[in-house]
Design a protein around this ligand. Structure first.
Ligand SMILES: [Fe+2]
Ligand SMILES: [Fe+2]
Length: 138
């Protein structure tokens, strides 16, 4: 098993999770629009899931002898509430595509433990897509 390749993939995932965490937090603070109270609750709940994903990735990277990244990408923060939902929906759809790819890579590297972790996240991201799409009435 090539730890270096797996660590690189897990750190890419960690960057995306940290970005999602920060973005959901910022959207939770700033969201205005219809059903603001319930949307803010959902955004906060999503941020906790992304933080849990980040912790699990960081722990796994450290267990493999790597250094977990601490850097998110800059969050997207649109002005309108409906646009916040849209950028998060797109980000979650992208996460689903990325996790499917990352699962294949860590599997090919012979790391079923990392594969299991990422499969759990994939299921969560699919659920996030559904929750955000429901808000838009899609
Ligand atoms: Fe996540
Ligand atoms: Fe998510």
């Amino acid at each position: 098993m090539d730890n270096k390749k797996v660590i690189e993939v897990l750190n890419k995932a960690l960057t995306e999770e940290l970005t999602a965490l920060v973005q959901y937090m910022q959207h939770h603070y700033l969201y205005k629009g219809s059903n603001a109270e319930s949307v803010k609750v959902l955004l906060k709940k999503l941020s906790f899931t992304e933080m849990d994903h980040a912790y699990k990735l960081g722990d796994r990277i450290a267990a493999l002898g790597g250094m977990p990244t601490t850097r998110p990408n800059p969050p997207e923060v649109p002005k309108k509430g409906v646009d916040m939902i849209k950028v998060n929906l797109k980000a979650e759809q992208d996460a689903v595509v990325s996790y499917r790819e990352w699962i294949k890579i860590v599997d090919a590297e012979g790391d079923p433990t990392s594969r299991n972790i990422l499969e759990g996240f994939l299921a969560d991201e699919e659920e996030h897509v559904a929750e955000l799409a429901a808000l838009l009435g899609d």
